[in-house]
Structure formats: structure tokens, C-alpha cells
Design a protein around this ligand. Sequence first.
Ligand SMILES: *[C@@H]1O[C@H](CO)[C@@H](O)[C@H](O)[C@H]1NC(C)=O
Ligand SMILES: *[C@@H]1O[C@H](CO)[C@@H](O)[C@H](O)[C@H]1NC(C)=O
Ligand SMILES: *[C@@H]1O[C@H](CO)[C@@H](O)[C@H](O)[C@H]1NC(C)=O
Length: 285
Amino acid sequence: MISPVLILFSSFLCHVAIAGRTCPKPDDLPFSTVVPLKTFYEPGEEITYSCKPGYVSRGGMRKFICPLTGLWPINTLKCTPRVCPFAGILENGAVRYTTFEYPNTISFSCNTGFYLNGADSAKCTEEGKWSPELPVCAPIICPPPSIPTFATLRVYKPSAGNNSLYRDTAVFECLPQHAMFGNDTITCTTHGNWTKLPECRASCKVPVKKATVVYQGERVKIQEKFKNGMLHGDKVSFFCKNKEKKCSYTEDAQCIDGTIEVPKCFKEHSSLAFWKTDASDVKPC
Ligand SMILES: *[C@@H]1O[C@H](CO)[C@@H](O)[C@H](O)[C@H]1NC(C)=O
Ligand SMILES: *[C@@H]1O[C@H](CO)[C@@H](O)[C@H](O)[C@H]1NC(C)=O
Ligand SMILES: *[C@@H]1O[C@H](CO)[C@@H](O)[C@H](O)[C@H]1NC(C)=O
């Protein structure tokens, strides 16, 4: 048995189908979504276009009703990317970009002498804001240098408050009677630290009144060659006598941080004992 209501309902459906054609799946519009999205729509059904996140509509219709013709009206809606604030200029640096639109990323670099305080790139978000926040180029600074022992700063002028800027230099000098090892000039580097500090070491007083010694392969009079003292590291060879064999040999002595030990075999003659032959004049063993 067929219900009269069902018969009535079926004839209604037939009527609609005859009266209008169904609309097809609506056209894809760049950067937009359609709700509801189906493969076909009955005449009278409504659809709504909306721009995807990160895009905004620039005029045009958003809502459409499937007409009896079964043809969707021409859609003039335009979804365009959001534009983030202008970010093409970075003081003391440079910005690489194509556009400032969602979803682009731009990148930053700083001129020499400056460092990037912040991230090296930022993305234009769906909300049209830069994320993370735009960085700045800050000057590279070095704190006041530490001072090596036995040295003083001869040239130093902080150029950024109490600090120095990239490529600034400072010059050390040794206290009297000290020798410098390394470069006396230090430079503020891109890392915000100074180049290697020099080292200063004590020099040695000549440990004997007079003697002929070998220094760097040559015979020298120690009292003349080193009248201003020996530097840390300076090495000389003293002559000693082998009494049994009546010959001479050498033993080394080195100035180490203010101290030099004269070899025990070395005998210094009084200048009055002119008749004695100095070890340096005796034939080598
Ligand atoms: C420099 O250092 C001194 C002592 O630490 C301090 O009192 C002064 O405020 C600093 N000056 C600057 C410009 O930072
Ligand atoms: C010492 O350092 C200065 C500056 O950093 C540099 O120009 C110079 O060549 C250095 N001298 C030596 C002997 O390395
Ligand atoms: C300066 O800092 C850099 C980076 O941290 C480091 O590699 C370098 O050894 C430092 N230079 C000196 C002289 O300490």
C-alpha cells in the first residue's frame, strides 16, 4: 500500500527536477573556499565563497543561489594575499624580499661592524603581521680589554660609552725590564671580543760581569750584546774548561721569566787575572 503523502512528495520532487537543472560543482576561485561544497546543487541552494586564511576579498559577490538555468553566475570575487607592513629597509643592513605579502618570508643581514639583534628572517603571517618581529642591526662592541700582567695600555680610547666598536684597536706596552710576546696591538673582532692579548715576561739582568758566549751561533760578549738585559726566552751558551783534557765545551743557559742560571762549570776570571786563558779561547774538546 502506498501512502498518499509519499505520492504527493514524489510528484513534488519530479516537479522541481523538471522545473530546473541542477548546478555543477562551482568553479575553483584562487585562495578561496566554498561552503557547502558538493558535486551538484538543486536550484535554490545557496553557496558562500570565503577567502582562505591570509587572503582578503577585494569586492565581488560572495553568496550565490543556484538558478533554475543550472548555471552559476559569473563570479567576480577576488581573494588577494594580505600585505604585511613595509619592511624593505633595515638600518645598517639589508633586506632580501620579493613581496611583503602572505605567505612570503624575507631575510635580513647586517653591514660589517653590526650584528643582527633578532631573527635573520621573518614571515608574513595570515594576520598580516611579521613573525617573529623585525630585527635591528646593532653595532658590535667589545668590552674594555683585560690587561696582561707586566703591561699597561698605551693607546686605548673607548668609542661606545665604556666599550669599543668593531675594528677599534688598543695598544699595550710592557713595564720596564719586560719583554712582549705576541702582538702589542689588539683589535675588536666581529665576535665582540678582542684578538689575542700579548704576553709580557720579565727580562733577565746579565748574570755575569763579562763573558764570551755563543748566541744564535755567534760568539758575542754577553755584557755588550745584552747591556739592556736579556729577554725572556733568550738562550746563550757559556764556555767551560775541561781541566784534565785541557779543552773547552759549552753549556746552555736561558732567561726564563726574569731568571737565568749560569752553568756551574763556568768560571768567571777577575779582570786582573790577565794571565789566565779564558775557556772560550781554549780549543774545543
Ligand atoms: C662606564 O663605567 C662606569 C663605571 O663602571 C659607570 O659608572 C658609567 O655609567 C659607565 N658609562 C657608560 C656610558 O656606560
Ligand atoms: C698586529 O696586529 C695588527 C692589528 O691587528 C696587524 O695589523 C699587524 O699586522 C699585527 N702585527 C704582527 C707582527 O702580527
Ligand atoms: C672570540 O670569540 C669567538 C667566538 O665565540 C671565539 O671563537 C674566539 O676564540 C674568541 N677569541 C678570543 C681571542 O678569545
